[in-house]
Design a protein around this ligand. Structure first.
Ligand code: 1GP
Length: 248
């Protein structure tokens, strides 16, 4: 089954969790250990990438190691064209819609598209929108950050993503953000779009995950929590159990 179809099917039941792994933040062995435990904890797939340029060698090795421990889909989450690996199942073909730099809206994509075609992984078109505080990705991607109270602007970008034909919208507060995307903003965005909504950045606890999903996120992403905990399985299990209580 194609990865987008899989995600669509999974979110029909209840909101799901994806685990973000940045190949530069640990060895590939540690990454595969995290992935194995996250899978046991009920995560539904892996996003591999980081906002700073990553080494393609680390990326390939990490993707291969993770493939060795799980059948869950491995989706690239590229910060730049260096984030492409032939061993992944799919790639979020994303446009940073509120960037001030056209490179992050269509430039990198124009360079990456022929590579994706050649290696034959599934591109999943996604509108990426960065909300305050935005963190490293906001800076690197030259984002004209959406203010936390500006729901209207967030809704405008999300709806534009849908009208462009993108299949997913991602509201990002930045990895390691003190606060995740405001719940009210998630609710307002969810009201105007018909495509699935992903929310990530600063989600640290099962309560955070629950609140974000309850507000309207179909997919909840966490990265930092699995890097910091010694009990990945327990941590992800608490998050996924809280998500299973929600039915949109
Ligand atoms: C970053 O949204 C993701 O792109 C995950 O953020 O590391 O804060 O979980 P965290």
């Amino acid at each position: 089954m194609r990865v987008l179809e899989y995600l669509r099917k999974e979110i029909k039941r209840n909101p799901i969790h994806l685990t973000l792994i940045d190949p530069d933040k640990q060895t590939s062995k540690r990454a595969s250990k995290i992935a194995k435990e996250a899978a046991e904890g009920g995560t539904k797939g892996f996003m591999i990438g980081g906002s700073r340029g990553i080494s393609e060698e680390y990326l390939d090795t990490t993707v291969r190691e993770i493939k060795g421990v799980t059948d869950l889909p491995i989706i690239l989450f590229p910060g730049d064209i260096s984030g492409i690996s032939p061993n992944a199942d799919a790639i979020f073909f994303m446009s940073l819609l509120n960037s001030r730099n056209p490179y992050f809206i269509t430039g990198a994509q124009a360079m990456g598209a022929p590579i994706i075609r050649k290696i034959g992984i599934e591109p999943i078109p996604m509108g990426y929108i960065i909300v305050e505080p935005g963190g490293a990705v906001g800076k690197v991607g030259a984002a004209d950050l959406i203010s936390r109270s500006d729901h209207e602007r967030a809704c405008g970008y999300a709806l534009a993503a849908q009208y462009f034909g993108m299949q997913l919208v991602y509201l990002e507060a930045g990895s390691g953000a003190d606060e995740h995307v405001p719940e009210k903003m998630i609710t307002e965005v969810k009201k105007v779009i018909d495509i699935p909504l992903i929310v990530g950045g600063g989600i640290k606890t099962e309560e955070d995950a629950y609140n974000v999903a309850k507000s309207g996120a179909d997919i909840v992403v966490t990265g930092t929590v699995v890097e910091r905990t010694s009990d990945v399985k327990g941590c992800i299990k608490r998050i996924t159990s809280s998500l299973r209580k929600i039915h949109h």
